[in-house]
Design a protein around this ligand. Structure first.
Ligand SMILES: [Zn+2]
Length: 181
């Protein structure tokens, strides 16, 4: 939505829920989660909020609700040729951030993994390196993932899968499953 639309949207929402217009930093948090909703979806988004919320929605609730009104971008699927131990191929690196205006409470945010193709394709998120130019914590995270998952080789994963499948194929196996139709 445009800046003007955002202003009207938040004002209407605050008036409806009898809430004061939030200030500065908080306001920009609202802008961040509401601005991706296209102009033409604003009315239905607004109706959705007043229908589904008894109280003024929290930022995270607004974010979830906004997702229903943000069209999925058509993008090609990017895959990593090798397993990225930073993000385990999710392209996401979680990090904690304290919000001074919210009693310094910590919230979990996600950044795009700077170390792989999947991460670099996630342009909707800030890149981890742009938030932490010193790469804070990333090397430790990678090491930890390598320790936890590094020993599982592709053949091992395949073998485990085959074991499960052959177990499921046993006629008089210890478990019975519904027949798939
Ligand atoms: Zn990665």
């Amino acid at each position: 939505m445009t800046k003007e639309q955002f202003g009207l949207f938040l004002r209407d929402l605050c008036v409806y829920f009898c809430k004061e217009i939030p200030k500065d930093r908080i306001l920009s948090e609202y802008a961040k989660c509401l601005s991706p909703v296209p102009n033409e979806k604003c009315d239905s988004f607004y109706s959705y909020l007043v229908r589904h919320f008894k109280f003024f929605p929290k930022i995270t609730e607004l974010e979830d609700a906004a997702r229903l009104f943000i069209p999925e971008p058509v993008k090609k699927v990017v895959v990593n040729s090798e397993l990225c131990f930073c993000c385990m191929n999710s392209g996401l690196i979680p990090y904690n951030r304290k919000i001074p205006e919210l009693s310094n409470r910590e919230y979990v945010y996600y950044a795009a993994c700077p170390n792989c193709a999947v991460g670099n394709s996630r342009r909707e998120l800030p890149n981890y390196n742009s938030i932490f130019p010193d790469g804070r914590g990333l090397a430790e995270l990678k090491k930890e993932n390598e320790k936890r998952f590094g020993h599982i080789t592709k053949p091992q994963a395949e073998q485990a899968k085959q074991q499960v499948l052959s177990f499921l194929r046993q006629e008089d196996g210890p478990l019975s499953f519904e027949k798939s139709t």
